[in-house]
Write a protein that binds this ligand. Structure first.
Ligand SMILES: Nc1ccn([C@@H]2O[C@H](COP(=O)(O)OP(=O)(O)OP(=O)(O)O)[C@@H](O)[C@H]2O)c(=O)n1
Ligand SMILES: C[C@](O)(CO)[C@H](O)COP(=O)(O)O
Length: 244
């Protein structure tokens, strides 16, 4: 297997609040992006990483990766390309830089810095074993309600349904794909104007099959301030355990 990873890191991080682009915010003194690239590089399956940087931040991201010893000379080779206005566009631009020799592509959010390498390996292995699209996921802790729009602004939203929680999963990254499948659905989505919140959603939209492998609670996405607090705690626990 020859897997390349695309790391969308071009988002602003509006929900995290004011500051640097989210991927460059620090966790334990190290940018989220660097954590994410290190996690991918730990997988023997990953031979190339394409980082998709904010369009005006390519030089800064290259310098940062070099500063943290991730300049392509140690472990997986790394390419940095400019991203787009949406996550989907950023992934498509990153995919264009994936070498044709890669038969498997993993797409991993820079905003999921603490993904364990076992999850990366499990996703890559499931694609190598024949799946065309693979997502890591965890069961939900909360009950989920489907709602309709409120009658007026400020009014409560009416509940219209309660899906059976046992059939639902919260989906993480890296998501893994046969390269030609991911390329094809991104190209079709571009020409059809189709948008999805994750890459596997595009595969589903065009009739492909997607399977789930176990994710990990530490692969959560840093989206809001509280996630950063949790990520600091998880990292501190890992560092403390490493000392024993
Ligand atoms: N135009 C974009 C938007 C998002 N992303 C990346 O997609 C991942 C998941 O997106 P999200 O968590 O929504 O990040 P942001 O878009 O930065 O967050 P927000 O929606 O709060 O602004 C992140 O690693 C983010 O950098 C990207 O590469 N290009
Ligand atoms: C791809 C993803 O992380 C899977 O859960 C998620 O859909 C990204 O959503 P975001 O709103 O762009 O963070």
């Amino acid at each position: 297997m020859n897997a390349a990873a695309v790391v969308p890191a071009a988002g602003r991080g509006e929900r995290l609040g004011p500051g640097a682009p989210k991927a460059l915010r620090e966790l334990g003194g190290v940018p989220l992006l660097v954590h994410a690239v290190r996690a991918l590089s730990r997988s023997r399956a990953v031979t190339r990483v394409v980082v998709v940087a904010p369009a005006d931040g390519v030089a800064r991201v290259r310098a940062l990766l070099e500063q943290f010893g991730l300049d392509g000379h140690d472990g997986a080779g790394i390419t940095v390309v400019p991203g787009g206005a949406t996550r989907q566009e950023s992934v498509r631009l990153g995919l264009a830089a994936v070498p044709a020799t890669a038969d498997v592509v993993l797409v991993h959010d820079a905003a999921r810095p603490l993904v364990p390498v076992d999850v990366v390996d499990a996703v890559a292995r499931a694609v190598a074993d024949g799946a065309e699209a693979v997502v890591p996921a965890v069961p939900l802790a909360d009950t989920v309600k489907q709602v309709a729009p409120a009658a007026a602004p400020g009014r409560p939203e009416p509940v219209v349904g309660t899906p059976d929680r046992s059939t639902l999963r919260a989906v993480q990254t890296p998501q893994g794909f046969r390269r030609e499948v991911l390329l094809a659905v991104h190209e079709k989505a571009l020409s059809d104007g189709v948008e999805a919140t994750d890459d596997a959603g595009l595969v589903e939209r065009y009739g492909g099959s997607v399977v789930v492998v176990p994710g990990h609670e530490e692969a959560f996405k840093v989206t809001r301030q509280l996630d950063l607090v949790l990520a600091e705690a998880v990292l501190a626990r890992r560092r403390a355990l490493d000392e024993f």
